[in-house]
Design a protein around this ligand. Structure first.
Ligand SMILES: *Cc1c(COP(=O)(O)O)cnc(C)c1O
Length: 355
């Protein structure tokens, strides 16, 4: 049976990415060797990492003065690497969920942290908007998409301080005005590649301003000076990322991806809003187009348990909600086709009609 993959991460990859990755595991770029067994300094792999960085810049229209890095350690490593490199005395953070909280915890190891607003009291069901960012902070950190709670900031904020964003789960789902940011990072396993590589877009002139000693591997300048090849980079995920980036370009770039993503999300939210038994969990204006969270209405709560199993009979996988929200979460990353959304909606309707 065809599977419809709604996992939140690692998550669905395009056929194009999977097929080319599988082929390169057998024979990489006509070398007669697997990509798994060839030097990262070979000319064949050097071409891969260079094209990946270049396409990244092209698709997101990254201005001059920024570097794109491919690192290990996951987005979670960036929670400490960002303050290590950027926090002199004080930073501001917006607390919009589990990932923001984790970033805040790490930043506190390096200086004062001003949490300018939080929606924790409402189980992170909305994005706080009524706050001011103090002028004296070294940077302001946001998480653009809250993978777990299903809220999203889709407009690049205007602030008068340096801006840092975790875009792990919504990168390449819209055009981003990179010039408003000083650093953007994310794990690749949501909208780009298999787990193992983390992308960082960093403005070079923000670096070198802190007094503290930074371990070599945690210093962005190390990786900039070596083109992400100071040590062995995550070769296979970078190869897969390049395939996804080529596919994005072929599809028509981020404007086109945003159109497709919005259409998928609108259809699913519409089905949820018109359902007798399901209901959304977040404030409508802050709904994520990447991760759609929904539950059973209280009067149908006892039906919740059965839906995941029912959906599985239709080939639908990965829709169980995160334990901190419960219910269901359908992740609609770029590689997920509209057909899968249609199958999910049909399953929801069929389930509803059974009662
Ligand atoms: C998944 C996720 C992370 C954690 O990523 P790792 O690569 O597992 O460290 C951080 N932030 C957001 C927004 C995420 O979705």
């Amino acid at each position: 049976m065809k599977k419809h993959n709604f996992y939140a991460g690692p998550s669905i990859l395009s056929e194009y990415t999977l097929n080319n990755t599988a082929a390169a595991i057998k024979d990489f770029a006509g070398t007669g060797l697997s990509i798994l067994e060839i030097s990262h300094r070979s000319k064949e792999f050097t071409a891969v990492i260079e094209e990946a960085a270049q396409l990244f810049k092209e698709l997101l229209d990254v201005p001059a003065g920024y570097e794109v890095l491919f690192l290990g350690g996951g987005a979670s490593m960036q929670f400490c690497m960002v303050p290590f490199n950027l926090l002199k005395t004080k930073a501001a953070y917006l607390d919009t969920g589990t990932w923001s909280s984790k970033a805040i915890k790490e930043a506190k190891l390096f200086g004062e942290v001003d949490v300018v607003a939080s929606s924790k009291e409402a189980n992170y069901t909305y994005i706080p908007k009524d706050y001011t960012v103090p002028a004296d902070v070294d940077y302001f950190h946001i998480t653009t998409n809250n993978t777990i709670y299903g809220t999203e900031i889709r407009k690049d904020p205007d602030v008068n301080v340096r801006l840092v964003a975790d875009m792990s789960s919504d990168i390449f789902s819209r055009p981003v005005d990179v010039s408003k940011y000083d650093l953007i990072y994310g794990g690749a396993q949501k909208n780009l590649a298999p787990a193992g590589v983390t992308f960082v877009i960093v403005k070079e002139d923000v670096l070198g301003k802190v007094e503290r000693a930074i371990p070599t591997m945690l210093d962005y300048r190390t990786h900039i000076s070596k083109g992400s090849m100071f040590n062995t980079p995550p070769v296979l995920p970078i190869f897969s990322a390049l395939q996804t980036l080529r596919w994005y370009k072929e599809l028509g770039g981020v404007e086109k991806l945003e159109q497709l993503d919005k259409a998928k999300a609108a259809k699913l939210y519409d089905a949820i809003d018109n359902s007798k038994i399901f209901t959304g969990t977040v404030k409508a204006e802050d709904r994520s187009i990447m991760n759609v969270c929904f539950v059973m209405k209280p009067e149908y709560a006892e039906l919740e348990k059965g839906f995941v199993d029912f959906a599985a009979t239709k080939g639908i996988v990965g829709i169980k909600g995160h334990r901190s929200v419960g219910g269901f979460r359908a992740s609609l990353y770029n590689a997920l086709p509209m057909e899968s959304v249609d199958v999910l909606i049909a399953a929801m309707k069929e389930y509803e009609n059974k009662i």
